[in-house]
Write a protein that binds this ligand. Structure first.
Ligand code: 13P
Length: 251
C-alpha cells in the first residue's frame, strides 16, 4: 500500500475565532489540486466551523490538538473523543512535546489517548522526539524507539494502520533550527524499521512518518525529498496561509 504524503499544520494556541476562520478559508482558496493530504490542526473553538469550511474539499482534513483519555465525566475543562468526533474531526495530535513538557504527559497516558481516539474512529498523529541533551549524548534513536514502543506497540496491525507518526526533535521546535535532511531521514528510517519488526513490512511501509520542527517554505522540499519523510507537521509557518500552501506544494 502506498503511504500518504501529508502537510499538517499545528496552530497551537494561536488564532481567535475570526482569525482561525479566515486562515482556514485562505488555505482552502489557495490549495492546488494534488495527492497531498492537507491537515489543519486547529484550537477547539474552530473545529465545527472549519469542518464546514472544508466539507467539499476532499484533500483537506481536520485535526484537534489533544483529547482526554476517558469517555466522559467530571473532568472540568477537558474535551472528549466523542465531542471531537461530533465536530467532524479526522485526526488528533497526541504526545506533542509541549504536552509532555508543560502538562506532564507520559507515554502511558498518551497510549490511552491513542486508544480512545482510535475507538472513536479518528486517526492519532503520534509525536515523538528527543531533547537536545539526548541527541548530544548520542541516545536519540534509543529514546525515540522507547517512545514509539511505549505508545504504539500494544496496538493491533489494523489499529497501527490508522496511526500517523510525527518525529519532532524538541531542539528544532520553534527555534528556527531544523534537523538536517540527513538527520531526519536517519530517524525516520529507524522508526520505520521498528514498526516493521513489530507490525510487518506492509504496515510499516504504509505508515506516514512526518517531520516537525521549524519546517519552512525554504527547507520543506529538501526534507520531504528524503525517502522516509512523508511530509511535515508545521507549527509557526502554518499560521500564514501563503507559507503553509507553499510547504504543501513542496513534495
Ligand atoms: P514549529 O514549526 O513552529 O517549529 O513547530 C513545530 C511543531 O511543534 C509542530 O507540531
Amino acid at each position: 500500500m502506498e503511504r500518504k504524503q501529508i502537510a499538517a499544520g499545528n496552530w497551537k494556541m494561536n488564532t481567535d475565532y475570526n482569525e482561525g476562520r479566515e486562515l482556514a478559508k485562505a488555505v482552502v482558496a489557495g490549495l492546488q489540486p494534488s495527492d497531498v493530504l492537507v491537515v489543519l490542526g486547529a484550537p477547539y473553538i474552530h473545529l465545527k466551523n472549519i469542518s464546514s469550511i472544508i466539507q467539499d474539499v476532499s484533500n483537506i482534513k481536520l485535526a484537534a490538538q489533544n483529547c482526554h483519555q476517558e469517555e466522559s465525566g467530571a473532568y472540568t475543562g477537558e474535551i472528549s473523543a466523542a465531542m471531537l468526533k461530533s465536530c467532524g474531526v479526522d485526526f488528533v495530535i497526541l504526545g506533542h512535546s509541549e504536552r509532555r513538557e508543560y502538562f506532564g504527559e507520559k507515554d502511558e497516558l498518551i497510549a490511552r489517548k491513542i486508544d480512545i481516539v482510535l475507538r472513536h474512529g479518528m486517526q492519532p498523529i503520534y509525536c515523538c522526539g528527543e531533547r537536545l541533551e539526548v541527541r548530544e549524548a548520542g541516545k536519540h534513536e534509543e529514546l525515540v524507539g522507547e517512545q514509539v514502543k511505549a505508545a504504539l506497540f500494544h496496538l493491533s496491525k489494523e489499529q497501527m494502520g490508522q496511526v500517523v507518526v510525527a518525529y519532532e526533535p524538541v531542539w528544532a521546535i520553534g527555534t528556527g533550527r531544523t534537523a538536517s535532511p540527513e538527520q531526519a531521514q536517519e530517524m525516520h528510517r529507524h522508526i520505520r524499521s521498528l514498526l516493521q519488526k513489530k507490525f510487518g513490512k506492509d504496515v510499516a511501509n504504509a505508515t506516514s512518518i512526518l517531520y516537525g520542527g521549524s519546517v519552512k517554505p525554504d527547507n520543506a522540499r529538501e526534507l520531504f525529498g528524503q525517502p522516509d519523510v512523508d511530509g511535515g507537521l508545521v507549527g509557526g509557518a502554518s499560521l500564514k496561509a501563503r507559507d503553509f500552501l507553499e510547504i504543501a506544494g513542496s513534495f
